[in-house]
Ligand binder design. Structure first.
Ligand code: EPS
Length: 390
């Protein structure tokens, strides 16, 4: 079973990820990992923290001579900002830390501050926000980059783009080539495939900047080359759509997920929603009239692109803070503010890619197994033969 864990606080020493269950022999490029980390840091509307950090992966276990060796992969990403927090967040309390701490006693509506402080019985939300922060997604993107390297061996690619910022929305489907071009850009504005729409999105972010506000949006992740047969209809927790939804909603600030044209489908009649089935005799394969299902039917991939959308609420740290209550005095106070992003939708898209890549890699290994890449390939090719002679 492929699984991963992350550890690390937003202003602690580093973020750590471990990834267990990969076959040996997958080529791993540190440059590719760092490129994904760089992509996560981009986008118009990111906050001051991104000027401090230049995220860089140190692979400290599980990869030797540029290939996985079957043992757990461990990755460390150091926080440069830690240099400013060594006294506020020491591992060992030397007894004089009290006045150097940076307590957060005015919980931000929408953040984990209050719910976490109540749950963990802290009168200071500092430890809660340190872990709840989307800084943790740096580690997830590193894991996703390894999952992508695995999927690439089977010609499966995962990319994303931004389809909405605030109320500005792309009114058409994006082509795969457009997503490829976006992923290769050296300068990222808002990750939209249409320059005119992107400019309007920027206006919305500027408006949020001007008014001390934040803005959310929608990203779309597409996986191409996914074979039919990943996931299963047989149980609630084997259905791939459910597993993808869980992974997407676990991304900080993502409050909703859509697979294929879910929202549109809910407002339409059935005859307009289902993807008709056809057969190409020459290529001896089934084809579909459209892909409104987003590549998954009955919790199983059907061979079409897997298309997933994540709906992001605006970041909850506001320069013009909302009403809150002090955790200690219980007096009404404005919520805490240190610094914040104004818009993170393009970054969330990159994180969404990582999450989808991980879930697909996990489902792929469940089906095809293998302790070495050649073994997984052999099993996969056997399945392709089965499909061909179906
Ligand atoms: C983030 C780092 C954080 C925030 C953001 C994401 O840095 P800091 O808290 O030091 O400014 O910019 O975190 C949040 C959105 C949040 O709600 O905590 C990052 O690396 O992506």
């Amino acid at each position: 079973m492929l699984r991963y864990e992350t550890a690390g606080e937003s202003h602690g020493e580093c973020l750590v990820a471990t990834l267990t269950g990969l076959p040996a022999g997958i080529p791993i490029s540190i440059d590719d990992l760092n490129r994904e980390l760089w992509r996560r840091q981009q986008g118009y509307g990111r906050g001051g923290r991104m000027k401090i950090e230049s995220d860089c992966a140190e692979v400290v276990a599980g990869v030797r001579h540029s290939h996985t060796i079957g043992s757990p992969v461990a990755i460390v990403i150091r926080n440069k900002d830690w240099a400013n927090w060594t006294e506020a967040l020491p591992v060992e309390d030397a007894g004089d830390a009290g006045d150097k701490q940076k307590p957060v006693t005015r919980p931000r509506p929408g953040h984990a501050d209050l719910a976490g402080a109540l749950k963990y019985n802290f009168k200071d939300a500092r430890y809660i926000l340190e872990r709840a922060s989307a800084r943790e997604t740096t580690a997830r993107v590193a894991v996703g980059a390894v999952a992508k390297a695995f999927l690439r061996e089977f010609e499966i690619e995962v990319l994303s783009h931004v389809i909405a910022v605030g109320s500005v929305r792309l009114g058409r489907e994006a082509r795969w080539e457009e997503l490829v071009a976006l992923s290769r850009k050296e300068e990222v504005l808002l990750g939209a495939v249409d320059a005119e729409i992107e400019r309007k999105m920027k206006d919305v972010v500027d408006q949020a900047y001007r008014t001390g506000d934040t803005v959310g949006g929608v990203f779309e992740v597409v996986a191409r080359g996914v074979p039919p047969g990943l996931g299963s209809h047989i149980a609630w927790d084997t259905r791939l759509d459910g597993r993808i939804a869980q992974a997407m909603v676990s991304i900080q600030a993502v409050k909703g997920v859509e697979i294929g044209h879910a929202e549109e489908g809910a407002a339409s009649f059935g005859s307009a929603v289902q993807d008709t089935i056809h057969y190409d005799r020459e290529r001896r394969r089934f084809t579909r009239g459209a892909n409104r299902a987003g590549g998954i039917e009955g919790g199983i991939t059907n061979g079409e692109d897997v298309v997933v959308r994540g709906f992001l609420k605006p970041i909850s740290t506001l320069r013009r803070p909302l009403e809150s209550v002090d955790l200690v005095t219980r007096e009404p106070m404005l919520a805490a503010y240190e610094r914040s992003d104004v818009c993170v939708v393009p970054a969330a898209g990159v994180i969404g890619e990582a999450m989808l890549a991980f879930v697909l890699a996990q489902a792929f290994l469940e089906k095809f197994g293998g302790d070495s890449l050649p073994e997984t390939k052999r099993n996969f090719e056997g399945y392709l033969e089965q499909l061909k002679s179906y």
